[in-house]
Design a binder for this molecule. Structure first.
Ligand SMILES: [Zn+2]
Length: 321
């Protein structure tokens, strides 16, 4: 699950062939070159003799993201390798284009399925009992990523002109990589399943005592951190007002934004398509506010989780407004 979140965050931001696809493509090219050699040549004789028992063949039959190829997919790949051509440049490039097209389709299906599975998982986990939440570390890190309903070509994409440090901040939020978060501390703890329930509950219960300290809780539900979220949204609105007064953004943009719920606002900013109108200036502002939110949140969570006085509600700074 956590690995899938990172995979989705990484690949949706790059949107190119994966290493396994490049390996498969190379294997297809090599296999085809050998099969087009003269029958008397050693590579072809070996290839015919060994049949499907070669590493090349096994690489051709690899599936993106693991799993087995369906018979139809298998046949399609084999046909792609077998297609005869005249050796002319045009035929060669046509052949390569067909493989590229096939792999692009395969890639899009893979990203789509990964995302669909994340959404299903988050939905399932959101409705689980506290016992399950304790065992599974809340709803995990996929929460913000699961809110993306549109294109994966967002302002954090490699082709977006947003500066790298700002992309990084938004990517971290999307992937739920918030340092010092209690569930993150135990995510790679091999003994977690053997720890007893009370100890687990103690380890990941947020000092506010209203929930497991996961991504969803710390951003949306936690009363200790709500001022940080309000700050983030306010800063973004102020930035929009500035852009509107400089005639760099239509007024309707802010108007539409104000109609959204807090969580919709977050999703609107971090999953904003990079190719939208007036995108560069606005993306920059969204990046800046997301970066300062992430820093403020990380610092705050660190203090929250290490401070002893927090458990006493009368002296807790979270209740001072
Ligand atoms: Zn809390």
């Amino acid at each position: 699950m956590e690995g899938e979140v990172r995979t989705l965050c990484v690949f949706s931001d790059y949107h190119g062939p994966t290493w396994s696809q490049i390996r498969v493509r190379n294997a297809m090219v090599t296999h085809r070159s050998i099969m087009r050699m003269h029958d008397s040549t050693l590579p072809k004789q070996m290839a015919i003799k060994q049949g499907e028992n070669t590493t090349l063949f096994k690489n051709i039959m690899k599936k993106l993201g693991g799993g087995k190829l369906t018979p139809a997919e298998r046949l399609y790949k084999l046909n792609l390798c077998k297609t005869p051509n005249s050796g002319l440049a045009h035929a060669k490039s046509q052949w390569k284009l067909r493989i590229q097209k096939f792999q692009r389709k395969e890639y899009n299906t893979w990203i789509h399925d990964l995302h669909l599975n994340l959404c299903k998982d988050v939905n399932k986990r959101q409705s689980q009992s506290i016992q399950k939440h304790v065992l599974n570390l809340g709803i995990g890190t996929a929460y913000l990523m699961s809110l993306n309903m549109g294109s994966h070509l967002t302002i954090t994409h490699v082709n977006s002109k947003l500066q790298a440090s700002l992309k990084l901040a938004i990517r971290k939020l999307k992937a739920g990589m918030i340092n010092h978060l209690l569930i993150m501390k135990h995510m790679y703890d091999g003994k977690w399943h053997k720890t007893d329930f009370e100890a687990k509950l103690d380890a990941i219960m947020c000092p506010c005592s209203t929930g497991i300290q996961d991504v969803h809780h710390i951003i949306i539900d936690c009363e200790c951190t709500s001022h940080l979220l309000n700050n983030w949204l306010l800063q973004s609105e102020e930035a929009m007002v500035r852009l509107i007064s400089n005639k760099k953004l239509p007024e309707s943009h802010l108007h539409d934004f104000m109609q959204l719920s807090d969580i919709q606002k977050i999703s609107f900013m971090i999953h904003r398509p990079y190719a939208s109108k007036g995108s560069e200036t606005l993306a920059h502002e969204y990046g800046l506010t997301a970066q300062s939110y992430l820093k403020a949140l990380t610092d705050f969570v660190k203090t929250l989780n290490t401070s002893d006085s927090i458990s006493d509600p009368t002296s807790a700074p979270m209740h001072a407004h």
